[in-house]
Ligand binder design. Structure first.
Ligand SMILES: [Cu+2]
Length: 317
């Protein structure tokens, strides 16, 4: 870094940088619609990229707006009372203690606010819990410290043997090692900073498709969280949680485990790659190809399994 920068040229160069930094900051704070993935310094939620994600985005904005207005009114009244009507300024307290009109107003308005927020929240939860009519099912399993994705069905057809582990990419993994001497800022994929945010095998899904996720875990509680989808869901051993998404825009959406799950909790990112339905069909076919030989072997072995006698009581009921 240059220590000087006081010369004419240096100042102009610096000013440009300051303007650039402000621009980036403003974009980070308010321009989140441009970037689906969370950006450093971003304050608001992302509006997301799915048919559902605008619900939590709106709910957050409305609730925050209500909080800000109430905060300004309450703190404003407090400071006016403290400074304008202070004893040293000669203020004398009024003797009355009740005002029915004011009491009705400050009871009814909060009730209306709470009803509005409850209505918005309940509506959102109802939408989110409705996984019916899904055109695709993906099983997500959390492990210490990686994810597994199994494709269960697509457009009414069962998918067999398409599933894989998804773990931290090699570049991030090498960089994160103690005293690796590698620069985290140098970890990039397609020009994007991806340190601790990239995986070896992303979850590939089609856009404009209602996808049902069944989410569980194999060891401890994890949580599957991709901000651009607008929700997170706990992955609990022995429990199958359901969630759904329907992505509008193709893109790469990144997330992380959101439940403290052990020493490498911060090193099990999630990457969802949303592609067109045509591209997804091609990808799915390519995934099913390598499994063709083992599948044939399994079919040959199947009659042997079928001939195993089923106990009579197992078929009853
Ligand atoms: Cu985890």
């Amino acid at each position: 870094m240059r220590a000087g920068g006081i010369g004419k040229h240096g100042i102009r160069f610096g000013a440009k940088h300051i303007v650039g930094a402000w621009g980036a900051a403003v974009l980070g704070l308010f321009g989140s619609s441009v970037e689906a993935n969370p950006q450093p310094g971003q304050l608001n939620l992302t509006p997301g990229v799915t048919t559902y994600s605008e619900v939590p985005y709106l709910l957050n904005n409305v609730s925050l707006g209500v909080c800000v207005v109430i905060g300004i009114l309450v703190f404003g009244a407090m400071f006016i009372a403290m400074f304008r009507f202070r004893k040293s300024a000669g203020a004398v307290a009024e003797k009355w203690s009740h005002n029915t009109t004011v009491e009705i107003i400050w009871t009814v308005i909060p009730i209306l606010i709470l009803i509005t927020l409850a209505w918005l929240a309940t509506n959102g939860l109802r939408q989110f819990s409705d996984t019916t009519g899904a055109q695709m099912t993906v099983k997500v399993t959390g492990y210490q410290w990686k994810w597994r994705y199994d494709y269960v069905d697509y457009q009414g057809k069962a998918i067999s043997k398409v599933g894989f582990m998804s773990k931290l990419d090699d570049q991030s993994n090498a960089t994160r090692q103690l005293n690796s001497g590698l620069d985290p800022w140098a970890v990039k994929a397609d020009g994007e900073q991806t340190y601790l945010l990239n995986v070896d095998h992303p979850l590939v899904v089609p856009i404009h498709t209602k996808i049902r996720f069944v989410i569980t875990a194999d060891d401890v509680i994890h949580s599957w969280f991709v901000p651009a989808l607008g929700w997170k869901m706990d992955a609990i051993p022995g429990v199958v949680n359901a969630a759904w998404t329907n992505i509008n825009t193709p893109g790469i959406y990144r997330g992380q485990c959101a439940e403290l799950c052990g020493q490498d909790h911060g090193f099990m990112p999630i990457v969802v790659k949303a592609v067109s339905q045509e591209d997804f069909a091609k990808w799915l076919a390519s995934q099913q190809q390598p499994a063709a030989a083992p599948a044939a072997a399994a079919t040959a072995a199947a009659p042997a399994q079928a001939s195993v006698q089923v106990p009579a009581h197992a078929t009853q009921g």
